[in-house]
Design a protein around this ligand. Sequence first.
Ligand code: ATP
Ligand code: MG
Length: 469
Amino acid sequence: MSFNPKLCRNESEVESKLIVQYLLPILGYDASTWHQEVALGSIRLDFLALISPIIPTSSDSFPKAFPKICVVMEAKHPKQNLNFHVRRLRRYLSNLQVLYGVLTNGKDFRIYELDGDGINLIFQCQGLEITDKIPKIKDIIGRDKLAGLETSQSQSSIDFPIPIKNITLPSEPISLVTSEPITMKTIAIYHNKGGVGKTTTTINLAAAMSRKGLKVLIIDLDSQANTTYAAGLMKFDNEDDDMLKDGNVYNVIHYPRSNYIPDIALKGSFTYPAVDVIPAHINLIWQENTLIDQESSKFQLVKKLELVRDQYDVVLIDTPPSLNLYAKIALIACDYLIIPSDLKPFANEGLRNVRNFIQEIDEFRSYTNRNGIKVLGVLPSKILTNANYIKATLPKQEKVIAERYGFPVLETRIFQREDLSRAVDNFILEGDIQTPDPKSIFDFKPDSISAAEFEELANEVLNKIGMRP
Ligand SMILES: Nc1ncnc2c1ncn2[C@@H]1O[C@H](COP(=O)(O)OP(=O)(O)OP(=O)(O)O)[C@@H](O)[C@H]1O
Ligand SMILES: [Mg+2]
C-alpha cells in the first residue's frame, strides 16, 4: 500500500487519507486503539494513538492516569507551514507528558519526541517519501515498537496533571472554561458611532505590534469590510474573483465543527512582518438573520480563539458601528476593549450606549463563567491639530469622559493627519490600471508623526495588558 500526497487537498483529506486510511493501520493501530477529536481539559487533539484501548469504567468516569507511551497526531491544511504549529504540539506533549507527536500537512511529515518540557524533531520527510520511509517511522512510533518500550520501562503511566474530562465523540462541545492561564490577549476596538477611527486603529495597532515581533491576528466583524480592504485583501474588482465570499468570518462563526481560524485566516499585505486576518464580507448583512436563529453562533469565536491561543500573542477585533450581533460577538470574545472616539458631542452621546452594551454583554458572559470586559479606555482619535483646541478644549473633553461616562481615557492621542488616510488609499499604477495597495502607516511613512503616535499607543496598550513592550 502506498501513499500519494496529491490526494490530500485540504485538512480533512490529510486526516482521512493520510492518517486514518494509511498511517494508523500500517503502524499497527486498529480502531480500538486510536481516537479522533480527543478533548482533554482545554486541549483538543486531532488524533491519539494508544498501545492498548482505554476503556472507561463507567459512562462518565475515565482513567486518572494517562499513558505516557502513545502518539498525538496533528493534521494541518497542505498550505499550512508546520513551523507555526510546533509550539502548540509542544504544549500538548509537555502538558500530557506524551512521548511522541506527529505533525503533518500531507507534504511535510514530522515526528517530535518529548524531552523534559520541550520537544525535539527526531524524524522528517516529504509526503512523497512517506511510503519508502515506513520501516523507519514504524521503528519510532509503530504500535509494536511502543509496546516493547512499555515493557522495558517500569513507569508506564503518569498522573494526569489536569482532570481528564472526556474522551469525546466529535460532536461534544469544547469547554469554554479553562484551568490554564491564557497568554493570548484579545482586544476589541469598538464604538457604536461610525467613522471615529476604529478601523484605522485596528490596522495600525496591529502593524505596530507585529513590528515588535508579536504574532497578531485581526478579525474583521464589520460587513463594510473596511479592515479587510485596508489589510490588502480586496485587490479584485470583478465579483467572480471574490474568493472571500466562501472564506470569511461568517464561516468561523457559523460552523461549529469546521472552519477553524487557520483554515480561514489570510496573510494581510499591508504590513511587514505579515499579520493574519480573518476577513469580513458584505454578505454578513443578510447572513446576520441566519446567525441570530442559531444561539451557538455567539460562542463560536470564543471557542475557536481558544484553539489558537498558542499561535497568536494578540488578537484585534474590528467591529461595526452598531449594537448588532457582530458587535455582540466581538464583545463576548474579547478580554479588553478600546473605544476610539473623536470626542465630539455625538460620539460622547454614543458612549452611554457603549456603557449599557458592555453591561448587557458582561451579564451574558457571567453565564459562561467569563470575567467582565476590561475597558482599556477611550482612545482620543482623529483629534484636531489646532493648538488652541489642544490646549483649551481637549483636556476638558477628556475629563468629561471619565466624569460623565465612567470610562478611563488612554494617554495616547491619535491626531487627524492626512498621512493616515493616504496610507489606506495607496495604490499601484501599472500602465493605466490602478490596483489598491493599502499600507499601514509604518509601511507607508515610517518616520511620520502618525507612526510615532501608533507606536506610543502600542506601548501603552501592551503595558496595560501585561505584555511589556
Ligand atoms: N487620525 C486620522 N487622521 C486622518 N484621517 C483619519 C484618521 N482616523 C481615521 N481617518 C479617516 O477617517 C475615515 C473613518 O475612519 P475609520 O474607517 O478608521 O473609522 P471607523 O470608526 O472604523 O468607521 P466605521 O464606523 O464606518 O467602521 C477613514 O477615511 C479614515 O481614513
Ligand atoms: Mg470601521
